[in-house]
Write a protein that binds this ligand. Structure first.
Ligand SMILES: [Fe+2]
Length: 232
C-alpha cells in the first residue's frame, strides 16, 4: 500500500456509521486486523466504461418495485464487473432474507431488476447470488449468503443489513455487497455494490462509480437501495 494514499479521518468514518446507524460498537469491532491484500485484483476487469445510449430502461420492462433515490439504469449500460474477492462460496442457500434471529445491523432492503442488454427485456429466472460481511465487517461460511431466482417480472428483492467495513492491508474497504448474476445466454456477472456516502469510496482501489447506490431511509430506520443489473 502506498503511504501517499489519502487517509479517511476517524470523524469521516464515524459520520458514515452514524448515517447508517451502526454506532460505535461496529467501529470497535471493525478495527481488528485483517490479512494484507485480502481482495487482490482478479486481473479480469473487462468493463469498457463506455456508456451506451439511454434507451428508456423502464418502458418495456415495466416499472420496478418502489423506486428509491437514484436509478442505476438511468443510462442503460451493461453493469460493470468487480473483483470476486476471497470469500465467495458456491452452493449458497436459496433465500432472499439473509437476516437471522439475533443478528445486529441496520436493516437493508435491496431491490431491482435483471435486464438484458439495452434494457428491453427482463431476465426472469436469472439467479442472483449475494454474499457479504456482517455489520461488524466479518465474513462467515454460513451467514449472509443466499441466492434467489428472479421473478417473472424481472425483479429481485434482498433483505439484509448494511455490511461493515473491514481492513484490506492498511486501509478499510468501503461497505459493499458481493453478487454474481447468472442467466442463460449471458456471461456470468461478478460484481460488488457500494453505498453512496461511505468515506472509503474515494480511496478504495477496486470501486467503480457505476456500482455506488444511493441509500434511502425507511420510517423505521431501515435503509433501502435499488440496483438494476444489465447483463451483456
Ligand atoms: Fe468483500
Amino acid at each position: 500500500m502506498s503511504s501517499a494514499r489519502p487517509r479517511v479521518s476517524v470523524e469521516d468514518r464515524r459520520r458514515f456509521l452514524r448515517a447508517t446507524s451502526l454506532g460505535f460498537a461496529a467501529i470497535a469491532l471493525g478495527c481488528r486486523g485483517a490479512p494484507p491484500n485480502i481482495e487482490a485484483p482478479s486481473g479480469n476487469d473487462t468493463a469498457t466504461g463506455a456508456p451506451k445510449p439511454t434507451t428508456g430502461a423502464s418502458t418495456s420492462a415495466g416499472d420496478p418495485p418502489e423506486l428509491v433515490a437514484g436509478d442505476a439504469t438511468a443510462e442503460c449500460r451493461d453493469t460493470d464487473d468487480n473483483i470476486e474477492g476471497p470469500y465467495f462460496k458456491p452452493k449458497s442457500p436459496l433465500r432472499a432474507d439473509l437476516v437471522e434471529s439475533g443478528m445486529k445491523g441496520v436493516r437493508l432492503t435491496l431491490r431491482g431488476r435483471v435486464l438484458g442488454t439495452g434494457c428491453g427485456v427482463v431476465l426472469a429466472g436469472a439467479v442472483v447470488d449475494f454474499w457479504q460481511a456482517d455489520a461488524a465487517g466479518a465474513y462467515f461460511d454460513d451467514k449472509f449468503r443466499g441466492h434467489q431466482i428472479v421473478q417473472p417480472d424481472g425483479t429481485y428483492e434482498l433483505h439484509t443489513v448494511i455490511p461493515g467495513h473491514y481492513l484490506n492491508g492498511e486501509q478499510y474497504r468501503p461497505a459493499h455487497v458481493h453478487v454474481k448474476v447468472k442467466a442463460p445466454g449471458h456471461p456470468l456477472l461478478t460484481t460488488q455494490l457500494y453505498f453512496d456516502g461511505d468515506p472509503y469510496n474515494s480511496i478504495d482501489p477496486f470501486i467503480k462509480k457505476s456500482l455506488i447506490m444511493p441509500l434511502a431511509s425507511a420510517a423505521d430506520g431501515a435503509k433501502k437501495a435499488r440496483f438494476d443489473f444489465v447483463l451483456a
